[in-house]
Design a protein around this ligand. Structure first.
Ligand SMILES: *[C@@H]1O[C@H](CO)[C@@H](O)[C@H](O)[C@H]1NC(C)=O
Ligand SMILES: *[C@@H]1O[C@H](CO)[C@@H](O)[C@H](O)[C@H]1NC(C)=O
Ligand SMILES: *[C@@H]1O[C@H](CO)[C@@H](O)[C@H](O)[C@H]1NC(C)=O
Ligand SMILES: *[C@@H]1O[C@H](CO)[C@@H](O)[C@H](O)[C@H]1NC(C)=O
Ligand SMILES: *[C@@H]1O[C@H](CO)[C@@H](O)[C@H](O)[C@H]1NC(C)=O
Ligand SMILES: *[C@@H]1O[C@H](CO)[C@@H](O)[C@H](O)[C@H]1NC(C)=O
Ligand SMILES: *[C@@H]1O[C@H](CO)[C@@H](O)[C@H](O)[C@H]1NC(C)=O
Length: 359
């Protein structure tokens, strides 16, 4: 059984180097939107313009293959969709540059698991579409934001979809995601006539192909809206000030960025401990030696929770004022508990190393 822990959205830094041909250009910063989203966040997003004329949508950065974009029909009942309405929709009928090809297939009233993106829990309908897109890039922190155009931007446009809670309750999809690529340069389909193949493109690969960034790669640190730490997305490089400790390299598998998690601990970096101890380690594999010496986890930045085996959740939560909410499959803080404020305002110690040796 997997259960989500209360630890939400630890700032992770997936750095993904896909092609390493170095040119005399700098990595480009993608500025974050001034808006953030979601009752369980808020999470910071990136603004992208899709279609002609351009329709502005905010997307959570992360995930692989196509970007997930919401059509207005997901919120036929607008009142049910405050988050989606704030982030914006893409209406394919209102764009003169929409391209669809029959060979992509589509999703009709079924799970999104087959798409490989960060949406395995969604059920609904969606179509692959390709568009011109535009977004701002900035050359270094001192640079001015300038527009770049993307062509055949690869999208899965969701016309209807629900998330299902553990108790069976459904709620509509909340916000789309901005894919940061995949192990291949393009998503390529045979087409009629069969040559040339039709290629959908991704943000890092397209900027690399245009010669605007030195490599088909990205560095993402999602920051924290609540703590006023802005997100950092660099294409063709990463912000060294967001990387703590040793940097290692990992294999990239078809849909995911896996990494070996070695342990989970609770610690206090400075000041008095709100716990009856100053640090506690060994929580990942406590009572479950199959999780030792490491367990492989997938980094999925658009997903708001960290999902851990029950044994790990039990080991962590025995020290925290939280209550398991079966309806949501989540632990909620007991905000009335005397220790709650002390714990959440106490600076955590640096994370334990979570990387395996380079592969
Ligand atoms: C989508 O665009 C079409 C064409 O402009 C328009 O008729 C329709 O009302 C739009 N739908 C929504 C939900 O905005
Ligand atoms: C989504 O949920 C709503 C409300 O529960 C339901 O009416 C609709 O049929 C669901 N759609 C899908 C694709 O499951
Ligand atoms: C992007 O495309 C728009 C619309 O075709 C065009 O007006 C603009 O000049 C292009 N921008 C760049 C940087 O190529
Ligand atoms: C798509 O990419 C393939 C290589 O993967 C190439 O052979 C083909 O010409 C490309 N299609 C177009 C339209 O450029
Ligand atoms: C990716 O797709 C573009 C557009 O079709 C094409 O020009 C390019 O050659 C493709 N690149 C690779 C490496 O397949
Ligand atoms: C610490 O231990 C004391 C005495 O055993 C107990 O009353 C208190 O609740 C504990 N505090 C925490 C945060 O576990
Ligand atoms: C122990 O860990 C394994 C994964 O290695 C997991 O499948 C299993 O559910 C865990 N057991 C419990 C009781 O959480």
């Amino acid at each position: 059984m997997v259960c989500p822990s209360l630890v939400t959205r630890t700032p992770l830094l997936p750095f993904c180097l896909l092609v390493s041909i170095v040119l005399a250009v700098d990595p480009q910063i993608i500025p974050f939107s001034s808006k953030s989203y979601g009752p369980d966040g808020p999470w910071q997003a990136i603004t992208i313009g899709v279609g002609m004329p351009s329709q502005s949508v905010d997307l959570l950065p992360g995930g692989s293959w196509s970007s997930d974009i919401l059509a207005p029909s997901v919120c036929a009942d607008g009142a049910a969709c405050p988050v989606a309405s704030l982030a914006g929709f893409y209406n394919a009928s209102a764009s003169s540059t929409n391209v669809q090809i029959g060979q992509t297939g589509n999703i009709r009233g079924s799970s999104f698991e087959s798409t490989g993106g960060g949406l395995p829990s969604l059920t609904g309908s969606a179509d692959y579409m390709f568009e011109t897109a535009t977004l701002k890039v900035q050359n270094g922190v001192a640079g001015q934001p300038v527009d770049v155009n993307l062509s055949d931007f690869d999208m899965l446009v969701i016309s209807e979809a629900n998330e299902t809670l553990p108790d069976g309750t459904m709620y509509p999809v909340q916000i789309g995601s901005l894919s940061l690529g995949c192990p291949q340069f393009n998503q390529s389909w045979t087409h009629f006539p069969p040559n040339p193949r039709f290629n959908g493109t991704f943000l890092p690969a397209d900027l690399f192909a245009q010669g605007k960034v030195p490599s088909n790669s990205y560095g993402l640190h999602i920051g924290s809206a609540a703590m006023r730490i802005s997100g950092s997305l660099n294409i063709g490089g990463f912000d060294q000030s967001r990387a703590l400790g040793q940097v290692s390299s990992q294999v990239y598998i078809i849909n995911h960025l896996p990494i070996d998690l070695l342990d989970i601990g609770i610690g206090v970096a400075e000041g008095g401990s709100p716990f009856n101890f100053t640090s506690k380690s060994g929580l990942l594999a406590a009572g479950n030696s199959t999780l030792s010496p490491s367990t492989s986890v997938f980094i999925e930045t658009p997903l708001p929770y960290i999902y851990m085996p029950q044994s790990t959740c039990d080991a962590i939560t025995q020290y925290l004022p939280v209550t398991y909410q079966a309806k949501y499959g989540l632990y909620f803080w007991n905000t009335d508990d005397a220790n709650y404020a002390r714990i959440v305002s106490s600076p955590p110690s640096s994370p334990s190393p979570s990387a395996s040796t380079a592969t």
